[in-house]
Design a protein around this ligand. Sequence first.
Ligand code: WT7
Length: 634
Amino acid sequence: MEDNLMNNNFEGEVYHPAQAIIDEAHIKDYEYLYKMSIDNPEKFWSERAEEFYWSKKWDKVLDDSNPPFYQWFTNAKTNIVYNCIDRHLKTWRRNKLALIWEGEGGDVKTYSYFSLNREVIKFANVLKSMGVQKGDIVTIYMPRIPELIFAMLACAKIGAAHSVVYGGFSVDALAGRIEDAESKVLITADGGWLRGSIVPLKGIVDEAIARQGTIEHVVVVKRTGQEVHMAPGRDYYYHDLCELPVMNQNCETEMVDSEDMLFILYTSGTTGKPKGIVHTHGGYMVYTATTLKYVFDLKDEDRYWCAADPGWITGHSYIVYGPLLNGATSFMYEGAPNFPYPNRWWKMIEKYGISILYTAPTAIRGLMRFGNAWANRHDLSSLRLLGSVGEPINPEAWKWYFNVIGRGKCPIMDTWWQTETGGFMITPIPITPLKPGSATKPFFGIDVDVVDNDGKPVPAGEEGNLVIKKPWPAMLRTIYKDPERYVSQYWSTFKNMYQAGDSARKDKDGYIWVIGRLDDVIKVSGYRLGTAEIESALVSHNAVAEAAVIGLPHEVRGNTIHAYVLLRAGIDGNDALAEDLKKHVGHEIGPIAKPEKITFVDVLPKTRSGKIMRRLLKARALGLPEGDKSTLEE
Ligand code: WT7
């Protein structure tokens, strides 16, 4: 059945959406609106911005007087939370469900916009009582539970910024991020559920705090309920604080400047130090709301499920802010997709009537492995649109997703974007003819191209650098505390173009095919990891002198980490040490960064200037030609 597509809308490798989908879609003419949005982006974006509440309107839509430090909706005042919650309370949506949440153990919680507001107010009062003020950065390290969302919104509501650290990260990754953000307050939980076991978040927090010196208070949400260490005067249980009557008093949503920082989110780059990507209230708000509405054709009747973690940009933009801005009903699930059985996701789609599912190729491939029967047991007819993000989706996984999950009737929105871009950049909308494996065309207002190393557009079909030639509202504003790195990383390779760091091809129809990262960033299960971070975790082990890390292709995870390790003099490599090193990386960065394989070597290939030639290690591992070796040190 795999290749025998179940509907007749396929022509060669192009899928044409059914007329019913086109009739329903918010946008019915891509070409016309795209042209208008590129010819006059300020008109396009100001019209979208008019849909939101601003306590003061902007002087300028786009201020490009100091590139690449662009500003959007300058001098306007708003608060993204006002538009996510307060605004809806004055309408019928007050009683609409904002969130349906299911824990891994099957416990369910639901929140209307009214009750979401109550929860966010409580959390905001707790933060205020700890002295959190406008301009502070609060670090959040939580499992996938509703309180994670409340905490993020509570920060934004009072004008503070959040820095969410994914709950799958571990000690060193957490400590480094807290330190860079100089957070005084940390929000966490005792633990989270994953595959029936407890992830001991609070223990990791204690170790991380011991490694850095800024945290004064820790708020601990009780999720798993086991005994955890609580430092007197520093750590407080959230439920204890909520008992205080003052926490239930009203808390107004603070009006902030459009360009005030909403959050930072750390992401891996080419150096060992993750970059704090800065996003702001106004432009990010307009962009995430618009992209979600047009791409997933969001309607009030939808039950929308973005299966990412709120701790990544996908979750920030399309679990938290985008859906709430649209007044949508979202679903969130705490645990593993195959717990207790591989039908968990399909069962929940059936149970809740999910109409839009947005996930990653690695999850699709992981579930595909279990065969069709698990999905076929369930009524998935509520689905109308599917989505994919994180890495290129291989046509085989695309077709399985399309046929077996979408039952041949749901177009797949393959969205290309990055932590830095804030929202979808290259993506179909429901009316776009699809080619499996291509993220298709740029979103409105996005001027994308593929260029050679001199910045000149390459001919159709040829590989080149993916660039963006115009600023857009949700673009990163800078790298936190490192504006020089912002300029050099993204805006220096090509004149006046944002360099995405990906290679891509544009075909004769103008469809973009993203190939992958050009830098030392590896995508493992869609997660972005820097080789340098993993190498420095390895070197922090006392047996290791030097290490080099590469990514090699993997059927389910896309890539896996392979490490080449040079041990200190007098130490011999063996299986036990290899296991120990893997565990060490897991402990320092997180389980996702654990090397699949460790090879002990006597020498690492380096250039004469001392840079490790990972390219050469990779070619050797794959049995490919070794290429130019002229810079190799003997
Ligand atoms: C990198 C950004 C944006 C949310 C998740 C990832 C790769 C992302 C696609 C896609 C091909 C993709 C790129 C990009 N990527 N989506 N649909 N097709 N590649 O955010 O962790 O910042 O990673 O993910 O290589 O540069 P991120």
